[in-house]
Design a protein around this ligand. Sequence first.
Ligand SMILES: CC(C)(COP(=O)(O)OP(=O)(O)OC[C@H]1O[C@@H](n2cnc3c(N)ncnc32)[C@H](O)[C@@H]1OP(=O)(O)O)[C@@H](O)C(=O)NCCC(=O)NCCS
Length: 164
Amino acid sequence: MPPTLNISDIHSLKRNEALEILARISRVEKKTFPTNEAFGFGEELWRKKPNTRVLYMTRAVEGRMSDLIAYAVYVRQKGTALLHKVCVVEAYRRQGVGQQLLSYIQERLRKEGCQYIQLWVDGAREPARTLYARSGFEEREVIPDYYAPGRTGIRMVLDLERDG
Ligand SMILES: CC(C)(COP(=O)(O)OP(=O)(O)OC[C@H]1O[C@@H](n2cnc3c(N)ncnc32)[C@H](O)[C@@H]1OP(=O)(O)O)[C@@H](O)C(=O)NCCC(=O)NCCS
């Protein structure tokens, strides 16, 4: 039987459970991104920031705590959601997980009446750029030295009404 994948929102957890998931996310974040780009997954993300959503994906494993396989962070600002982060744990990449998580986010935001999803991506992050383009995001702006000298930032936007 294929493993069961589950996507949840830390807002729906009790405080202790949310802190446990945030700590696990934080460990992956530190391994994946350079220190100055690592997002701080602190307690304030749970309930205190109602416009910020932290989603996480787990894979049920019999007899032990489920594995964390991916997470995403977005902030809702009226009709636009700013997608700050999408990350798949290295061992689970290239299996369609990123695409599944993005589809879930798109569907959820569309249902909630959001029109646009916007994000910035480093021009050198080819896997992420390809994933976003395949999910319907379009490149709208290119800013040289956006992240650091020599590191281009690309603004991408998905129109949920048009793609729905
Ligand atoms: C970008 C990332 C989220 C992709 O997740 P993933 O689960 O591996 O992606 P998927 O398996 O759903 O891939 C979907 C499509 O994206 C593209 N893609 C994904 N990884 C790729 C890679 N390494 N090289 C080229 N294309 C890639 C492919 O078109 C792929 O479809 P295919 O496998 O049928 O060819 C993952 O590589 C990651 O977490 N990277 C580090 C963090 C990061 O850069 N996040 C984005 C900025 S915040």
